[in-house]
Design a binder for this molecule. Sequence first.
Ligand SMILES: C[S@@+](CC[C@H](N)C(=O)[O-])C[C@H]1O[C@@H](n2cnc3c(N)ncnc32)[C@H](O)[C@@H]1O
Length: 291
Amino acid sequence: MRRYIFVPHLLPAISGFEAERLLSLLLSGSKGVHSVSLNVGRLNAEVRVEGDHVVLPGGHVLDEERLRKMIRHKDSVFIIEGRETYRVEVRNGRRYYKLWAPITGRAPTLEISGVHMHRIVEVDPWTDSLMKVNLARVRAGARVLDVCTGLGYTAIASRLRGARYVLTIEKDENVLKIAKANPWSRRLADPQVDIILGDAVEVLPGLPSGSFHVIVHDPPRLSLAGELYSLEFYRELYRVLRRRGILFHYTGNPGGKYRRLNIAKGVAQRLRAVGFKVAYAREALGVIGFK
Ligand SMILES: C[S@@+](CC[C@H](N)C(=O)[O-])C[C@H]1O[C@@H](n2cnc3c(N)ncnc32)[C@H](O)[C@@H]1O
């Protein structure tokens, strides 16, 4: 395990949907300056249509052929660097990671080998993360432990709610590589956010008791990360939380309503067993623990 220095890419990022809009401007022949959404909805910018290409802020030039290539993968995200276009994805052995932007203008999610890491039905990934930190009642001055960094949305949302400090833990460096290319993750580069690259199961025993006001626990589904739902892990969560501290534990909805109830119920039982008082947060598919 080690501290991870997060340096975001600051190059333009364009979703396939945004590329489609640029192409329609280009094909309409309306030369001149146009206001468009770039950076997967994070930036309203002015682009210039000139002859057979579009000029982005920073002078990056996109012609019809490049835009058409991007549109083939409408819900993907591309980084534009001079003449090069990179799709935001990582292949590592049998695992495939990609930044996936299925909802136009909304924060993308991370997809790992076909499993997306945020809710995208009924709620977008960013709103989902805001709900989690609201339910965890992150307040001004709080020290927050964010278990499972992912794209950093819950860590960033905690800071936006006024947390003084966030310690966030991510096991998989490929995930952080994807986050670096995501315009919605840029605020992870924050001196008040420490990122530990390591397994939360190994990191927690090294943290002092009672050192956090709030814990946001946002693990992958139970079938993919059972250790993060175990009694032993919950004991550690309880130990590092201060008295009167609050835990929000996302439990998710794998396999529909019936299974969700059982998973949340099992989580609640084990949280109670280690000392938490528990309430269900059904709207956010989670369980809240009070110490
Ligand atoms: C649902 S995502 C977290 C989403 C994140 N909170 C956000 O706001 O974007 C779950 C993440 O947990 C990571 N993970 C899985 N097992 C882990 C472990 N044992 N320790 C730390 N991170 C882990 C995965 O790599 C994945 O990035």
